[in-house]
Design a binder for this molecule. Structure first.
Ligand code: C2E
Ligand code: MG
Ligand code: MG
Ligand code: MG
Length: 277
């Protein structure tokens, strides 16, 4: 409402916007240098089944600047998506995941690894070829991996996206809908896509089981996934009450601070070595 505020209002309105744009620009520049400077790393967060047994882990990117400060993924991933930096970053993550899987196999813990794939990365024409090359070069089986995509990927070019998913599924890769229920896409895609899993967003888990509406949403997702034959991972599990509720309702896999924080690979292996629980 710069106009209503008059001549001076324009300046007041524009300055914070320019400052924000400038911050994004700087962040984008720093991020493209971060990979070369070795400031990026991957953490892994354990996923457990209803009995608390480790079944998999999600790969989560970390950016630690030279001054030791961490930049949260929720801040830098959107910037990487806008600048296109997510394409080389995503490729790097894929190769990190292959290495992590090999290390886990060698340690006797062949966990299934989940990888977040951004829409822009997925939409690259070379994506399938790059994925195939990463698996061939490392010698890891694609069956070891779940690609987590968000509903945002599914709102446009549905047929192109589905065809690509089928190509990757034919290689053995499984697909998960991350943050399920928080996007704007219709439910129709669920039966048309080669899906393996739904991830219940932590925003729904936050209200479960103390809030009736939040709990109803979680129960509905669990029932729907059951009817569709899809596996479920509930994320953001922080309390025993949440875990108990899920144990009595659908028994999905769980991921959250209650079980394990995201950790560097050696720390995760150490946790697994001492029996985890
Ligand atoms: P996401 O894929 O939904 O990942 C789950 C997020 O929930 C992670 O945040 C994880 O640390 C956090 N989390 C796990 N358990 C709990 C819990 O019990 N309580 C709470 N409050 N949070 C929990 P993180 O690591 O900050 O990542 C944020 C988002 O950044 C991810 O959300 C994902 O969308 C994106 N991201 C992270 N790594 C990558 C990556 O390698 N590639 C892409 N494209 N996106 C990534
Ligand atoms: Mg995820
Ligand atoms: Mg999620
Ligand atoms: Mg998320």
């Amino acid at each position: 409402h710069a106009k209503a505020a008059g001549r001076n209002g324009v300046a007041v309105f524009e300055t914070p916007m320019l400052a924000a744009a400038e911050r994004q620009l700087t962040l984008g520049r720093d991020l493209s240098a971060a990979l070369d400077k070795g400031e990026l790393s991957m953490h892994l967060q354990l996923q457990v089944d209803h009995a608390g047994q480790p079944v998999g882990a999600e790969m989560l990117m970390r950016w630690r600047r030279a001054d030791g400060k961490f930049v949260p993924p929720d801040v830098f991933i959107p910037v990487a998506e806008t600048t296109g930096m997510i394409v080389p970053l995503g490729l790097w993550v894929l190769r990190q995941a292959c290495e992590a899987r090999l290390a886990l196999e060698a340690a006797g813990h062949p966990l299934q690894l989940s990888i977040n794939v951004s829409p822009r990365q997925f939409r690259q024409p070379e994506f399938v070829a790059q994925v195939r090359a990463a698996f061939e070069d490392s010698g890891v089986t694609p069956h070891a991996f779940v690609f987590e995509v968000t509903e945002g990927l599914l709102v446009e070019d549905f047929d192109v996206i589905t065809a690509k998913m089928r190509e990757l599924a034919a290689l053995g890769i499984r697909f998960s809908i991350d943050d399920f229920g928080t996007g704007y896409s219709s439910l129709g895609y669920l039966k048309k896509m080669p899906l393996y899993e739904l991830k219940i967003d932590k925003s729904f888990m936050r209200d479960t089981p103390h809030d009736a509406n939040g709990t109803a949403i979680v129960q509905t997702i669990l029932a729907m996934a059951d009817h569709l034959g899809l596996r479920v991972v509930a994320e953001g599990i922080e309390t025993e009450a949440q875990a108990r509720f899920l144990g009595e309702n659908g028994r999905p896999c769980m991921q959250g601070y209650l079980y394990c924080r995201p950790l560097p690979l050696p720390d995760l292996v150490a946790r697994l070595e001492c029996g985890f629980a």
